[in-house]
Design a protein around this ligand. Sequence first.
Ligand SMILES: C[S@@+](CC[C@H](N)C(=O)[O-])C[C@H]1O[C@@H](n2cnc3c(N)ncnc32)[C@H](O)[C@@H]1O
Length: 245
Amino acid sequence: MSDWFKEWFASKEYLDVYSHRDEYDASKIVDLILKKTMVNHDALILDAACGSGRHTLLLTEKGFNVTSFDLSRQLLGIAKKEFSDGGLEHKLILADLRNIFFKVQFDIILNLFTSFGYFNEDTENFIFFDNSRSFLKKDGLIIFDYFNSYFIKENFEPVSEKSINGKKIIERRFIEGDTIIKLVDIITNKTTKNFTERVKLYSDKYLLEKFSALGFETKYMFGDYSGNSFNAAQSKRLILFLRLK
Ligand SMILES: C[S@@+](CC[C@H](N)C(=O)[O-])C[C@H]1O[C@@H](n2cnc3c(N)ncnc32)[C@H](O)[C@@H]1O
């Protein structure tokens, strides 16, 4: 697997393609997290692979102490602008999930909206969670928000098209082994740009086993941002609230 994620998340087009993943979308899982954890305002929160910072921003506006990091300088730049426009302090760090450590320990670590499964090897995909045991408080929680790979396979949509900001976006999907590959064409009057996404299709069972082997147990398992229980046939998301065993 190439480092497709460096190119795709550095592009201006990523936020067009995922324009529905906006502040409103972010507010739904933020509300679920706050409702289920009842976390205090003095809690330390880490937003791992924060992207343009939509969850970080909402939590900061609510008065929480959030540290965030991402590998995309471009998305962090957008996040920084949002913070300075709102007159808010930020702790946004340029870093790689695979080799980041903290001296402090967090009450909550977020890994939201499929910021997982981008690497070929399990070791690389899970290393952040393995390492996170050293910077998660004993009674802390990891909130892991990934897709339901069973639903994706059963409701497979090979091609879809949409128009956003005057751009035609064609998304072609196929499954190769245990990876879903999406080829994204972004077409304007003048140019066509192509990007690739490659994400591992881990099953819920496999993930629960892996997290258990890493020393985590599942406190809650939801299938959507409204907090409905996970149902393999119907849920679009797999949202795990993990705590240390
Ligand atoms: C699907 S986006 C989600 C971003 C954000 N959590 C959200 O919900 O808007 C995935 C994010 O993972 C980041 N990412 C990809 N590989 C990474 C890595 N190795 N280390 C840190 N961040 C990474 C990307 O730059 C991108 O911002």
